[in-house]
Write a protein that binds this ligand. Structure first.
Ligand code: ZN
Ligand code: FE
Length: 231
């Protein structure tokens, strides 16, 4: 089990959805203690949000803590928190394909920083059901997957989308197939925001991985990937 709270950000970026800088010490000490007591069972992770301008801070802060895994995510297009349910109305006034394009551009920048081990919930803009045709998504996501493969990153199969209007694992089977063609390793995540959600929907995620051609996934430890066969 990997803990992966949202990284603190002293700039005040998206402060409602992450621990305050002063809270990190408690997070680090508590999880490190459990990790030492239960080696290979508990992992120290973090979800670090990418946005333009985050690099100076993250490149200095992330390497300090020897995280087992660093999950990189994009939750904003410009100043729009596009996956925040309180801002869902904004999807009605934007060009959906344009929003996805802008999102994937940011994701490609995230990957190219080489600061992250795993790309989170890759097709997050589908959360509330707004999506361009599959063919368009394939065109937009291909350069991102190329960058992920080129930077030796892994892709997360995140089951939290099953509970959203998207009703799907992130990413879609289409994207997973494209990832498999590029030999991108995968790992499983439930993005649990409460203990009851840990491991939620993993049977469906495993099925999606197999449908896309995968026979194995990876576990992380101190940033290193160890493959294991799918059940
Ligand atoms: Zn996230
Ligand atoms: Fe999250």
């Amino acid at each position: 089990m990997a803990f992966s709270d949202h990284a603190p950000d002293p700039s005040g970026y998206d402060s409602a959805f992450r621990m305050a800088p002063g809270e990190f010490d408690f997070y680090y000490r508590t999880i490190t203690e459990k990790r030492n007591a239960l080696p290979d069972k508990v992992l120290l992770g973090i979800e670090a949000d990418y946005y333009e301008g985050c690099e100076p801070y993250l490149s200095e802060w992330l390497p300090k803590w020897n995280f087992d895994l660093i999950i990189g995510s994009v939750h904003y297009i410009g100043d729009w928190a596009f996956d925040n349910p309180d801002l869902i109305h904004k999807w009605n006034s934007v060009d959906i394909t344009g929003a996805w394009r802008a999102y994937f551009k940011l994701l490609e920048k995230l990957v190219n920083t080489q600061l992250f081990h795993v790309a989170a919930h890759l097709d997050l803009p589908k959360k509330f059901g707004h999506r361009p045709p599959d063919k368009t998504i394939a065109e937009l996501v291909a350069p991102v997957l190329d960058a992920i493969a080129g930077n030796n990153m892994a892709l997360e199969l995140n089951t939290s989308g099953l509970k959203r209007p998207a009703r799907e694992v992130y990413p879609s089977t289409q994207i997973l197939q494209m990832a498999h063609e590029r030999k991108i390793p995968i790992c499983f995540a439930s993005d649990a925001h409460s203990p009851n959600d840990i491991g939620y929907g993993f049977d469906q995620a495993v099925r999606a991985a197999k449908d896309a051609g995968y026979t194995e996934a990876v576990l992380f430890n101190a940033g290193h990937k160890t493959p294991y066969p799918l059940p």
